[in-house]
Design a protein around this ligand. Structure first.
Ligand code: GCV
Length: 800
């Protein structure tokens, strides 16, 4: 008996270790391992025995291969491809490839349009078919990935009847990747674009990147940093861009580039980049013609202008509309679009890299640029490549008005004045991707201009490469916020998908077929735009050339969640976490439940241990890594944490009511009302809008000071709880990722305590109140925390 038991135990252990094969994370959520539930495997095998999948286009070919390979590995069985359906067969394609599909779409799914897909089981002439159908080829590829997801997440496939369509048209990853392969705010190694070896060397990663993006519906990629380098527009680099575009095309992914406003001067030999100068306009028109001759489906340009030292139309006394419309006119004949960023402050030209931080090594440019501020000696700053006439700020100007208000002030006067192929790309909040921000007031203020969301997937302010922070709850909080722009229910999501002002939008759009040689021109014609204005969502990528793409294995979840929400913002954060965990780790219920709980708690944890109760922008300036609430010596007032928290003997917080900067007036009255009074304001936003006393009474009866301390502690406690959850999964997760995440959680715990200690010690110098019981103490001094330096913190992206 003992022997039998022992053999059984050994067999089980062997089986478990075989199942938990080494995982380096490269496969992301596209693992497609053999279905490990024997009963389910049998069921799936009997439901899918063959496929009919004509593939007359490159997109349909990759779709068919994907289905064949991935089903083959999940079912551990190669499926035959037939020309006519047999029983229990998959039928995949578009109406033009099959009358059955044509009939299905017109009779049962008449509303399906654009790149949406249908998964449908049906009896046809006595045969059970699973139909994967769409109007466009790319829709079929999306349908294939959705079908594979059903199996990966162990869903029934016998009686399926579902359809799904993207709610916004442009679902784009923005890479802040430099041509040197450094990545600004990147924490996962070097850029995946190997510019030096392109165009001749095609890394397998490019193909897997395209697969991963297509699997979640992402259909565009901006290859280069918004702090742009004009060189990418030279013939040498355009050949490299073309090679990438060729790889991505079958996966429905368009390539976009960042356009440096000064390119006509930098690389074009012109003396000016003034957008109203006919020679400049011609230069951009010729440049666009050149690009489209190489890349007929080129998406267009993303432009950061007049912000953090990037040149722009204001440099020449022109407006955002003058600048954006110049690009729009050059792109329009080819169907291209302009994504013009609303992240604006600081029109002064910057020296190379100076905006990154106040590290003395990087601040040189700043010092030089502001050295004689106020002396008004020289109104012209030599910007390096060319002279741009700009006044230097006086010291008074340096102590900046509320930066919160600048985007609204600069853009609302131009509402309705942009060309139809311009999207204004707005960061989710008014400042800069903080752990929590109220939504940007622009979302409620530009009813005549299509606004595109910009989220940051890379964790610049969320623990960078080492903290487990699931961002879907952050994205959802913003998308679900009500702007009241067109009455109650005008959520940010509905502004973005166009439905708040254009009823009927927010549903399916067609991405023109992306086949070589076929010009997608016309996709943004005036007629189409009048019927359905442009819509889009961008996420600043967290991808690098680390083997597992994102460094932290859970960074993959944020890439995944961004794509899923860009496709369908009505999905819940939990639902997305559930899918991701099952595909990325396991369908084991213990694993799924523990990881999901960790993920769902993680965003609130980071808010608590970094910036609770509406604190913002209090990180260190060295690469934005770690706490630095005491910093007050950056060359611009609004780069200093003290500018944002305003702690003093009375209290803390930025008064944005009428007694302060009055930024609240930028919101619709109903929104303003909900944040106007410090006694009723949602406490999560309290210090965004109010300067409250240390003894301000909180809703739970605590003083503000005690509540602040408790929140910091609760953030730390959550991280410790996450560690325990993770430990409970030992043996259920492959060793490689288990160990990796354990180590990263240890770092996160240390850093959460670091944030708590440093911030509380510092704020206590103002509050003069004791740390309440139950809140962790430190033996270190505030001076110790202030003395910490991280000269080589990653992500500064030096050298464009
Ligand atoms: C690409 C913040 C970041 C910068 C970034 C900028 C932007 O300031 O710290 O690295 O620059 O936002 O979004 O343009």
């Amino acid at each position: 008996m003992w022997n039998i038991m022992r053999t059984l135990i050994m067999a089980c252990t062997l089986l478990a270790s075989l199942q938990l094969r080494a995982e380096d994370g490269y496969r992301l959520w596209l693992r497609y391992d053999r279905i490990d539930d024997p009963a389910l495997l049998t069921q799936y095998r009997s439901s899918v025995t063959a496929m009919v999948f004509p593939a007359p286009s490159p997109t349909l070919l990759v779709a068919r291969n994907e289905l064949l390979d991935d089903l083959g590995s999940m079912l551990d069985k190669k499926l035959p491809i037939r020309t006519t359906p047999s029983d229990n067969c998959i039928l995949a394609g578009t109406p033009s490839s099959s009358p059955v599909i044509a009939q299905l779409l017109s009779s049962k799914y008449p509303g399906l349009a654009g790149d949406g897909y249908v998964l449908h089981s049906q009896l046809v002439e006595g045969k059970h078919l699973i139909i994967i159908a769409a109007h466009s080829d790319i829709g079929v590829l999306y349908g294939v990935f959705a079908f594979l997801r059903l199996l990966q997440t162990h869903q029934p496939i016998q009686n399926i009847s579902l359809s799904s369509s993207p709610l916004v048209q442009r679902r784009i990853l923005d890479h802040w990747d430099n041509l040197t392969r450094t990545v600004e705010r990147g924490y996962a190694g070097a850029s995946i674009w190997n510019w030096h070896l392109l165009p001749d060397y095609i890394d397998q990663r490019y193909i897997d990147y395209a697969r991963a993006n297509a699997s979640i519906g992402i259909n565009g990629t901006v290859l280069t940093n918004v702090n742009a380098n004009s060189l990418v527009l030279t013939p040498l680099y355009l050949q490299k861009v073309r090679a990438l575009a060729d790889v991505f095309r079958p996966y429905g992914i368009r390539v976009y580039l960042t356009a440096k406003f000064s390119a006509p001067v930098d690389i074009g030999g012109l003396k000016t980049a003034d957008p109203l100068d006919p020679a400049v306009q011609k230069w951009w028109k010729d440049k666009c013609d050149e690009i489209y001759s190489l890349i007929p489906d080129f998406g267009g340009f993303l432009v950061k202008a007049n912000s953090e030292g990037q040149p722009g139309p204001q440099t020449y006394g022109r407006t955002h509309t003058d600048g954006a419309n110049m690009f729009a006119d050059a792109l329009a004949p080819h169907g291209g679009i302009v994504m013009w960023r609303a992240f604006v402050y600081d029109v002064r030209p910057q020296r190379k890299n100076e905006h990154f931080d106040d590290n003395p090594a990087h601040a040189e440019g700043h010092k030089a640029a502001t050295a004689d501020a106020g002396t008004s000696k020289t109104p012209v700053v030599d910007s390096g490549a060319h002279n741009i006439p700009v006044s230097r700020p006086s010291p008074g100007e340096i102590s900046a008005p509320d930066r919160f208000k600048q985007a609204y002030a600069e853009f609302t006067p131009f509402d309705g004045k942009f060309r139809p192929n311009v999207l204004i790309q707005v960061k989710n909040g008014p400042i800069d991707f903080q752990p929590r921000e109220p939504f940007s007031p622009l979302f409620g203020a530009m009813s005549k201009t299509p606004l595109m969301m910009e989220f940051q997937i890379t964790q610049e302010y969320l623990g960078q490469g080492t903290h487990l922070v699931y961002e879907a709850p952050l994205f959802k909080e913003v998308l679900d916020a009500d702007t009241y722009a067109n009455g109650k229910g005008s959520t940010v999501a509905k502004i973005i998908d166009g439905s708040a002002f254009h009823p009927g939008q927010g549903s399916p759009f067609t991405t023109p077929t992306l086949q070589p040689g076929i010009s997608p021109g016309g996709q943004t014609t005036a007629d189409q735009l009048a019927a359905a204005p442009l819509t889009g969502m961008a996420g600043v990528s967290n991808i690098g050339n680390e083997r597992n793409w994102t460094n932290h294995p859970f960074g993959q979840a944020n890439w995944y969640a961004f794509g899923r929400l860009a496709w369908d913002h009505t999905l819940s954060a939990r639902q997305i976490a559930d899918e991701w965990v099952k595909q990325t780790f396991s369908n084991n219920t213990m694993v799924v439940s523990a990881i999901e709980k960790m993920m769902m708690a993680s965003r609130e944890a980071v808010v608590n241990y970094m910036t609770p109760l509406g604190l913002h922008h209090i990180m260190s300036s060295s690469g934005h890594y770690g706490p630095g609430p005491w910093l007050n010596n950056a060359p611009r007032a609004d780069w200093n944490p003290v500018y944002y928290h305003r702690a003093d003997a009375y209290g803390i917080g930025f008064d944005r009511t009428a007694t302060g900067s009055n930024a609240l007036t930028q919101y619709q009255p109903q929104v303003r009302q909900q944040w106007l009074d410090s006694n009723t304001c949602d406490e999560k936003f309290l210090l965004w809008f109010h300067h409250v006393s240390w003894s301000h009474k909180m809703k739970d009866g605590h003083t503000f000071w005690d509540e602040l301390c408790n929140r910091y502690q609760s953030g730390v406690d959550t991280v410790k709880w996450m560690q325990r959850q993770w430990k409970s999964l030992a043996g259920l997760i492959d060793k490689e990722r288990f160990t990796q995440v354990s180590m990263l959680l240890n770092i996160q715990e240390k850093e959460a305590e670091w944030w708590r200690n440093a911030c509380l010690l510092y704020f206590q110098t103002f509050s003069r109140m004791p740390i309440p019981p139950g809140v962790g103490h430190t033996d270190q001094t505030l001076e110790y925390y202030k003395s910490l330096r991280f000269p080589y913190a990653p992500g500064t992206g030096i050298s464009l």
